[in-house]
Design a protein around this ligand. Structure first.
Ligand SMILES: Nc1nc2c(ncn2[C@@H]2O[C@H](COP(=O)(O)OP(=O)(O)OP(=O)(O)O)[C@@H](O)[C@H]2O)c(=O)[nH]1
Ligand SMILES: [Mg+2]
Ligand SMILES: [Zn+2]
Length: 344
């Protein structure tokens, strides 16, 4: 292509931009996204994704002169899906909207399938997964196990948080005590707290200091309430929703993952509660590895393709018989495997 043709193209673009600017001046402020032309964008700068909902990203500037300011941005279509917690490069537009132009390397990415069974990124650059349960709504150990497998698979540190200790009833909730004992025996940290009474909150805060933590679990267990309690009065508290009166279930108050800074150092990511999610992006071997208490028995069964159901010489069944492995864990493992097969 000749230099002359290039310069003609350039001149054409300059003319078009001038017309656009003039049109904007004539109209006053204009919020339409189509008007953002490359030449209208400010310099590239670093930012942190605070929230991603629909097509929009909320980006917090991390540049020294504007640190902490929030901008609404779109992302360039050639970029992969971007999640809350991602570090990005973005450019401010002249109409208050910005454009994310690059995704920086992430050291972790937690994804899970959405309602339509499409695997979606939820939180990036997370170091701890806080799995929250409560006496109400009633916990499912299989859901906790799914989160544990996912955390192990991603190399993230899991923490199990029992919230609402103020309404914990040792008799009614005996099954929860038993469930938590299993996790503690395996070596998982368990912290009992109440975001309402403040009990245990200091221990939780100490565990989370300097970390980037994503709070996960069923709707209504109090993830947003815990985040509010950890941050203290801020003026931009996360929304909290009552349980449905009929069934003691959560009411899906949080609808998109959102990052909050702790007053000291550390970040908390609130996530929408879900009741179930599949692990079908993993294979059976990866799920086995996600049960850390099974690891001593890897390759120890008599048959190499042992299904650990009823074969002779099964090391896992032997460990259960010797009370070295809790039967509930094996049961949960089979449940996860069968959910892989039926795609749920
Ligand atoms: N008794 C008691 N209730 C609590 C506690 N923490 C939260 N709650 C209540 O539990 C309900 C649900 O709290 P949320 O913080 O909205 O729960 P969530 O896990 O964020 O729910 P989703 O956003 O729907 O996933 C609210 O009515 C809270 O007031 C607690 O420590 N004790
Ligand atoms: Mg919430
Ligand atoms: Zn076996």
């Amino acid at each position: 292509m000749s230099k002359r043709r290039l310069s003609q193209q350039q001149r054409g673009r300059i003319d078009r931009n001038q017309q656009l600017r003039q049109a904007r001046l004539d109209k006053g402020s204009d919020n339409s996204r189509d008007d953002i032309d490359v030449e209208d964008l400010g310099p590239e700068q670093a930012g942190l994704v605070i929230c991603h909902y629909g097509q929009q990203l909320e980006i917090e500037s991390t540049a020294a002169d504007s640190a902490g300011q929030i901008y609404r941005c779109f992302q360039r279509t050639n970029l992969p899906p971007i999640a809350t917690g991602d570090r990005v490069i973005w450019q401010a537009g002249s109409n208050g909207q910005g454009v994310v132009v690059a995704l920086q390397e992430r050291y972790s990415l937690m994804s899970r399938p959405n309602q339509q069974s499409v695997l979606r990124p939820v939180a990036a650059n997370v170091s701890v997964v806080a799995i929250v349960i409560a006496p109400l709504p009633q916990p499912f150990s299989n859901l906790v196990d799914r989160y544990l497998v996912m955390a192990e698979h991603l190399g993230l540190k899991p923490l199990i948080v029992l919230n609402k200790s103020d309404i914990f009833d040792p008799e009614r909730d005996a099954a929860i005590t038993e469930m938590l004992a299993i996790y503690q025996d395996i070596g998982y940290p368990v912290i009992r707290v109440s975001s309402h009474s403040g009990a245990g909150m200091e221990a939780l805060m100490n565990f989370l200091a300097d970390q980037t933590v994503v709070f996960v679990g069923q709707s209504g267990v109090g993830k947003s309430s815990l985040i509010n309690a950890l941050r203290g009065p801020s003026g931009d508290e996360a929304a909290v929703g009552n349980l449905s009166t009929a069934r003691d279930k959560g009411t899906h108050t949080t609808t998109a993952a959102r990052l909050y800074h702790l007053p000291g150092s550390g970040d908390l990511i609130d996530s929408p509660g879900i009741r179930e999610f599949g692990l079908w992006h993993m294979d059976a071997g990866q799920i086995f590895e996600g049960f850390v208490d099974f690891r001593p028995y890897t390759g120890a069964c008599r048959f190499r393709d042992c299904s650990h159901q009823s074969e002779p010489g099964c090391a896992l069944q032997a460990a259960v018989a010797e009370k070295k492995l809790h039967p509930q864990r094996l049961k949960s493992y089979f449940m996860l495997l069968s959910s892989l097969e039926d795609g749920t």
